[in-house]
Write a protein that binds this ligand. Structure first.
Ligand SMILES: C[S@@+](CC[C@H](N)C(=O)[O-])C[C@H]1O[C@@H](n2cnc3c(N)ncnc32)[C@H](O)[C@@H]1O
Length: 480
């Protein structure tokens, strides 16, 4: 039965569903660091950065906010009271780092055709290596060496998220960065040693990837990827519930063709307080942990991604695939399930389709093709519904057995407190996933208990034909 479909700890966060977790981390005998937790930036670098921005006429002593050292590393601190929606800073295009500025740079000619993030990463690494010779050094000097994103965790730290989807995604993400690095190394870096005189390693590439993931604004990713110095010092607040109006790209003025990036404060801020925004309301805790290296405590970010497959070995594979595709899905479907929320709308129909077989297989015949998805919205047969419940519950059970700790142990660690930022993320993520798995299991457990009361396809059909009486009894005709 369990070969019909399965649930595994892979996640769709990076559109990299088959990012395999090849070597499960073992508890290392010694502490292997990957650079350790982020270190604070010395105020001197911050001072030099500010001076550079003044020279470039990006800021003045009247600017409403200024970079400062805060509990999240660096941040933007209000210099005076700032009102809601007030512009906090404006950064002209000459200071942006994006594929366009890379194209206009020394390495532009060898970067055409690269993915936006790969070419910006290469640029950033090269400028970092050029040190004081780079026009960008005062910006690069304030960039952190790492964040608390799981891509920077040591083996020992990753051991704390054993069994989680986040671990699988992290490993997949690092595999992806490595494969992009190997390609760019072979095709661009090694053949152009004059442009890239110093050795660039996969760790450098991972650093640049982490910088872009944590600092590029959500709406300015993919093809629009851009790093905006100064604006990228803005930190996230969970209490700001809107992403609206925080930033925009606009013309620099009536007589200018230039563009500027303009950042507004979504809330009123008192002098001396930090200006904060909401990074992305739609990201799960796993995505926040991977991208930025923090999580939130509310339940709306606590998710688990169910990964359902139509097995190629299924004797009805072709028909099922056709039905899935007709309804905007594929052989594999991902369903993000959020704690205490109902199941995603298309999940039960997809599960019923995947499990369809035996005497129910007639629904796969071509005469039903236009109506089958409607039929799958409701229980098809007791056998079909029972399979779904059993397989999902077994999958939840086996996923729960894959963690090193129990939910109770995680909860105790949380209440005892005093966890390092990375351990806090690890415990929060693994506890969250377990809660969602228990939540899914309880939904299907309840369903299992209702199997005798549910109405199935055949009964609905008879009722529609007027062949079921008020009490559910089947009406027979006696031929006259
Ligand atoms: C866009 S940068 C903001 C500037 C950053 N604090 C710095 O020191 O350069 C995003 C990074 O800031 C940190 N950060 C932002 N908001 C945070 C929060 N609410 N809690 C913890 N860390 C936060 C994380 O390290 C994240 O990856």
């Amino acid at each position: 039965m369990s070969t019909l479909f399965y649930l595994n700890p892979s996640s769709s966060i990076l559109n990299h569903p088959h990012s395999h977790f090849k070597t499960p981390p073992k508890r290392p005998s010694s502490y292997i660091t990957s650079g350790g937790p982020p270190q604070p930036t010395p105020p001197q670098q911050l001072q030099t950065f500010w001076q550079w921005l003044s020279e470039e006429k990006v800021v003045t002593h009247k600017s409403p906010a200024k970079p400062g050292v805060v509990s999240e590393g660096l941040g933007l601190v209000a210099q005076r009271d700032i009102s809601r929606n007030e512009v906090v800073l404006e950064v002209p295009k000459k200071l942006w780092i994006n594929p366009e500025s890379v194209a206009a740079s020394e390495i532009g000619s060898v970067c055409s055709g690269l993915k936006p993030w790969v070419c910006v990463a290469l640029f950033l690494i090269r400028e970092k290596m050029r040190g004081g010779e780079s026009w960008w050094w005062r910006y690069i000097d304030v960039l952190p060496e790492c964040t608390d994103s799981t891509i920077f965790w040591s083996e020992e730290e990753l051991y704390e998220i054993q069994g989680t989807q986040l671990l699988s995604t992290t490993v997949g993400c690092k595999d992806y960065v490595q494969s992009e690095f190997l390609r760019v190394e072979e095709e661009i870096i090694l053949p152009n040693q004059k442009l890239f005189p110093s050795t660039i390693t996969v760790e450098d590439f991972l650093w640049a990837f982490g910088i872009l993931r944590s600092r590029a604004f959500s709406r300015l990713r993919g093809q629009n990827l851009v790093l905006i110095p100064l604006a990228d010092l803005i930190n996230h607040s969970s209490s700001i519930k809107t992403e609206d109006y925080a930033y925009e790209i606009k013309g620099a003025g009536l007589f200018s063709r230039d563009l500027i990036f303009s950042l507004r404060s979504p809330v009123a801020v008192k002098a001396g307080e930090q200006v904060l925004i909401q990074y992305d309301l739609n990201k799960s805790n796993a995505e926040l942990a991977l991208d930025y290296g923090f999580i939130e405590s509310g339940s709306d970010r606590v998710t688990y991604t169910l990964n359902l497959d139509i097995a190629e070995s299924d004797e009805n594979f072709g028909d099922k695939l056709d039905i899935a595709e007709t309804n905007g899905m594929n052989t594999t479907a991902y369903f993000d399930i959020t704690l205490d929320q109902p199941l995603p709308k298309e999940m039960l129909p997809y599960l019923r389709l995947v499990a369809l077989g035996g005497t129910d297989a007639f629904l796969l015949e071509s005469i039903f093709r236009n109506a089958v998805w409607d039929h799958l919205q409701l229980p098809v047969s007791r056998a079909n519904e029972e399979v779904i419940c059993q397989v999902v519950r077994n999958a939840c059970k086996s996923a729960l057995a894959g963690y090193n700790t129990t939910l109770e142990e995680d909860e105790k660690l949380k209440t005892d407190g005093n966890l390092s930022p990375r351990l806090q993320i690890a415990v929060g993520i693994r506890a969250g996933e377990k809660k969602v798995l228990h939540h899914i299991d309880s939904i299907f457990k309840e369903r299992e208990q209702e199997l005798d009361e549910l109405e199935y396809y055949q009964e609905r059909r008879l009722r529609d034909l007027g062949l079921v009486g008020e009490q559910g009894d089947i009406i027979f005709w006696e031929p006259k």
